[in-house]
Design a binder for this molecule. Structure first.
Ligand code: HEM
Length: 345
């Protein structure tokens, strides 16, 4: 992995958002929820991964806003795309993460192109949500992935539980005969997969609140209110690649509606139970390439770069020398001890 590239990407993000002690340089504002995961039978047939065949995985789900400024209001355009990070954990099993966001793609096909985009925005003082300058128009004409991203309206008004979160990069599920199935993760409201519906409650349990202008934390408050009434549910879906699909670049969406839509499999359902009170104290670092036996990260170079950048980001935000894998949270909540979350203490 090119450490110069990883550092340069991180530096650009810090330049864009500034340093906010202990907070992520992007997706800074967070809301974490405890829960559990129940896999479908289809998941166990596609992969031998422990959490896709055992009914007992606990999960920690981190919802986030895109902005690296923790005070960005939930309703600001920079809050979008939203993020979701899911940590599956169980004593005696290696923890594993899924990280996704609400944009079906990415503004750059490769990490190098993403760096170029960030450098361009910085050099021209342009913003993806602000006034369109001639320089930005010219850049977007030459970079279709960036253009598609900028021209997709932000969606900060949809509650966390009504969103679809796209995994973007490709993973390979490996079954007991060592046969691999490439595809992309998606997390979405229960029963909304085109191919299969699960009969679970919770689809509309998180009602949008209406005091959006006055409440910068409206997304948190509506989710808290929903969970106070009972658990909510989200499906984990795997969109299967078609034979000619590009597995190395996540910037382009694969159709999920219409005649070319790719088949998809509901891997299971996340049950969200309660908000974590002091989530920052958990000091967690998610990593989409943290996969157990039965799953392989594709060779999409963005995945290796993300793993390197996220680990560096963790170290920088905590100004610590520890690697996230060996870090120990300060004063953990007993039900989220490092061991129970799969972190080594
Ligand atoms: C080269 C490409 C990318 C770079 C450089 C990058 C950079 C970062 C950084 C620095 C963080 C903060 C990590 C931390 O401090 O723990 C982060 C978090 C995040 N990124 Fe990316 N990212 C990239 C691609 C993506 C893609 C493709 C997605 C969507 C699938 C994505 C979704 C997220 C989400 C949801 C978070 C928050 C994770 C959490 O809750 O801990 N990123 N990204």
């Amino acid at each position: 992995m090119d450490s110069h590239l990883a550092n340069a990407l991180l530096d650009e993000l810090y330049t864009a958002f500034g340093q906010h002690s202990g907070r992520r340089v992007s997706h800074a504002k967070e809301l974490m929820v405890f829960g559990s995961f129940r896999p479908t039978n289809a998941a166990g047939q596609l992969s031998t991964a422990w959490h896709l065949s055992s009914p007992d995985a606990s999960v920690l789900v981190r919802f986030s806003n895109f902005s690296g400024i923790p005070t960005t209001p939930d309703t600001a355009p920079e809050a979008s795309p939203r993020g979701i990070a899911v940590r599956f954990h169980q004593p005696g099993q290696p923890s594993t993460d899924v990280v996704a966001h609400t944009y079906d793609g990415f503004p750059a096909a490769t990490p190098e192109e993403f760096l170029e985009f960030l450098e361009f925005l910085q050099a021209t003082n342009a913003s993806t949500t602000g006034q369109r300058t001639d320089a930005l128009t010219d850049y977007l004409n030459r970079h279709p992935a960036a253009r598609a991203f900028v021209e997709t309206p932000p969606d900060p008004d949809t509650p966390y539980l009504h969103q679809r979160y796209y995994g973007v990069n490709t993973f390979v599920l490996i079954d007991q005969d060592d046969v691999g199935t490439p595809g992309r993760y998606r997390v979405q409201p229960v029963g909304t997969s085109a191919d299969k519906s699960t009969d679970q409650p919770g689809l509309h349990s998180e009602q949008p609140q209406h005091n959006e202008d006055s409440d910068p934390d409206v997304r948190r408050h509506e989710l808290e209110a929903s969970l106070a009434r009972g658990p909510s549910y989200l499906d984990l879906v795997f969109q299967l690649a078609a034979p000619d699909d590009d597995l190395l670049h996540g910037s382009t969406s694969w159709p999920h509606t219409g005649p070319d839509r790719r088949p998809e499999v509901v891997l299971g359902t996340l049950r969200l139970e309660a908000v974590v009170d002091d989530s920052l104290e958990l000091n967690l670092a998610f990593d989409p390439t943290r996969v157990p036996a039965g799953i392989r990260a594709s060779p999409d170079p963005m995945l290796a770069t993300r793993a390197a950048v996220y680990a560096r980001s963790y170290r920088r935000r905590h100004a610590a020398t520890a690697d996230p894998e060996v870090s120990s949270p300060a004063q953990p909540n007993p039900s989220t001890s490092p061991k129970s979350l799969g972190e080594k203490s």
